[in-house]
Ligand binder design. Structure first.
Ligand code: VG1
Ligand code: CO
Length: 543
């Protein structure tokens, strides 16, 4: 059918950040704004005629509007087929799976992840490539360049489709299949894990609560945990995806999932408490009376991965982002497999996974995943925990204690200073960079700096270099502080300060994290001048 060319002009600031383009909904609602970005993606990836594109999102406000437009644009840009989740829903890991399973050339994932949703909140668009993973920097850089010169976008004249009815329709000569967003994903989980063992444990009294935070994982968790694994009805709470996530931040941390935390620390807590974020790629794990940091979770899952049928005898390596604690490194060493340290953001794991160099990866920001897809995967992590607990017949707390007694404990926290002035944030980072050479040998309280550098990563598969990925200050004895600016925020700047202190198996393994990190917190302030540059005397969020 007739292709319509719509003239446009570039917008400033369409740089894809750590995980796609994220802005306020109001910014995305400007005429041509989303269209410019989507067209820039299509211009860069220039799909083969007939190529398949996957589209889905976390269901937040503005999701359906952009999906309808993207479908028309895909038809005008030569795609042969679009697979779209019913209701416009696909969790990020489910989208990654659909891309891989149906051999799509790529996908558009509409999400601002853990950021709040609604007319005055956030929206986002991310492009994933044929391996199912986030576009690497070569692609995102080219998309940014294209957004700066774009002068037209392409569409077809066609009505909105009915997103709520499964089946095929035609838009501008292109087929659009509205697919069940849950079934393929749930089937994949059933292939990976020992559902019989988990079901038996549930029959034997294993209990849990899963908080979907009124975001995308509700339907997935209900199908898998309640329908397929037999957990009691009501195990999944906040299970209906809402456009504004009920007015909350769908961020599974101890602040935004406080109800879950309180439940797990109280009398009569279930065995496992878990939550996921807006788009379903993050996970929070809390045992009865025991919070597990994401860095520890990666290490504990890797150490016990043999419990899950799909991973038996095939752990080739572990990868973690640089700010993630070194707990996983000790497991890798014990298991005799390599451990890779990458910059923040899941896109850096893609090559390692494709090359078979690693099987499991994780980030301190509540992201864990494996080579089953090319995104981090919240429910996957929950199911691997359940699989391990069921097979080993052990509690979360006992497993953590056993782990630390063998490997030692990496006390860990992240302090976030959100929505600070960009000038102050840049001055803090620039000041740090300028002083890096002067830091080694200097003492801050009892801590002496061993190494201070700006993290640069050379991808071992394609040799590409990503510089400037955060400032590391490593102290003698193995503790450290890392400074980074967030690449996912939509307002001002966010400073992240990552703190880590290792205690060996013979040390105090059951201390308060805040106490164990006090020297590193004081050193971070002395080294970076956080109060002076941010005007804040305390972080907004501690995770
Ligand atoms: C944050 C996290 C990072 C994660 C990214 C996307 O990025 O630190 O580890 O990969 O969010 O996660 P930044 O640049 O703000 O620190 V998600 O669940 O928002 O897609
Ligand atoms: Co997310």
């Amino acid at each position: 059918s007739q292709i319509v060319t719509v003239p446009t002009q570039p917008f400033e600031g369409q740089a894809p950040g750590t995980s796609g383009l994220r802005k306020k909904v109001k910014v995305f609602q400007q005429p041509n704004y989303a269209e410019n970005f989507i067209q820039s993606v299509f211009d860069v990836v220039s799909p083969e005629p007939g190529a398949v594109l996957v589209i889905g999102g976390d269901g937040r406000f503005h999701n359906r509007t952009v999906i309808q437009q993207a479908i028309r644009m895909a038809a005008a840009n030569g795609y042969g087929k679009v697979l779209v989740g019913q209701g416009g829903i696909l969790s990020t890991p489910a989208a990654s799976n659909v891309i891989r399973k149906y051999k799509a050339s790529g996908g558009l994932i509409l999400s601002a992840s853990h950021n709040p949703g609604g007319p005055d909140e956030d929206f986002g668009i991310k492009y994933n490539i044929a391996n199912g993973g986030p576009a690497p920097e070569g692609v995102t850089g080219a998309v940014l360049d294209r957004t700066k010169e774009i002068d037209r976008w392409l569409t077809v004249e066609a009505d909105d489709i009915d997103l709520d009815t499964p089946g095929d329709v035609t838009v501008g000569g292109m087929t659009v299949s509205v697919i069940d967003p849950v079934a393929d994903y749930a089937d994949l989980m059933e292939e990976l894990f020992d559902f019989d063992a988990i079901r038996a444990a549930v029959q034997g009294g294993l209990t849990m609560r899963f908080d979907a935070m009124s975001a995308v994982t509700g339907p997935y968790a209900t199908e898998i945990l309640e329908n397929r694994l037999g957990f009691a009805k009501g195990t999944v709470v906040n299970g209906t995806p809402l456009e504004d996530f009920g007015g909350h931040h769908p961020d599974p941390n101890l602040i935004h999932a406080k109800d879950l935390y309180d439940l797990m620390m109280g009398e009569g807590a279930p065995d496992l408490g878990a939550a996921s974020d807006g788009d379903g790629d993050r996970n929070l794990i809390i045992g009865r009376g025991r919070f597990i940091t994401p860095s520890d979770s990666l290490a504990m899952l890797a150490a016990n991965i043999e419990c899950a049928p799909a991973y038996k005898g095939r752990l080739t390596g572990i990868a973690r982002s640089m700010p993630t604690s070194a707990a996983a490194d000790r497991v890798a060493e014990a298991l005799g497999v390599p451990c890779f340290e990458t910059p923040t953001g899941w896109k850096f794991f893609g090559n390692l996974l494709d090359a078979g160099k690693v099987t499991i990866c994780g980030e301190e920001s509540a992201g864990t995943g494996s080579d089953h897809v090319r995104e981090k995967d919240g429910l996957w992590a929950v199911l691997l925990w359940l699989n391990i607990l069921a097979v080993r017949k052990i509690s979360v707390d006992a497993l953590a204690r056993e782990h630390w007694a063998r490997f030692g404990r990496n006390y860990y926290a992240r302090h976030d200073y959100e929505g600070i002035e960009k000038t102050g944030a840049d001055a803090l980072m620039d000041g740090l960079k300028a002083r890096l050479d002067t830091l080694p040998g200097k003492a801050f309280g009892a801590l002496v700096v061993a190494v201070a550098d700006s993290f640069s990563y050379t991808d071992p598969v394609d040799g590409s270099v990503s510089a400037n990925q955060g400032i590391r200050v490593l102290f003698e004895g193995g503790s450290r502080v890392v400074f980074r600016l967030s690449g996912t925020g939509t307002q001002g700047a966010t400073l992240r300060v990552y703190l880590e202190n290792y205690t060996g198996p013979d040390g105090d393994l059951d201390a308060e994290t805040g106490d164990m990190l006090a020297p590193q917190i004081a050193a971070a302030e002395a080294i970076a001048g956080i109060v002076q540059h941010t005007g804040r005397t305390a972080p907004d969020v501690i995770t």
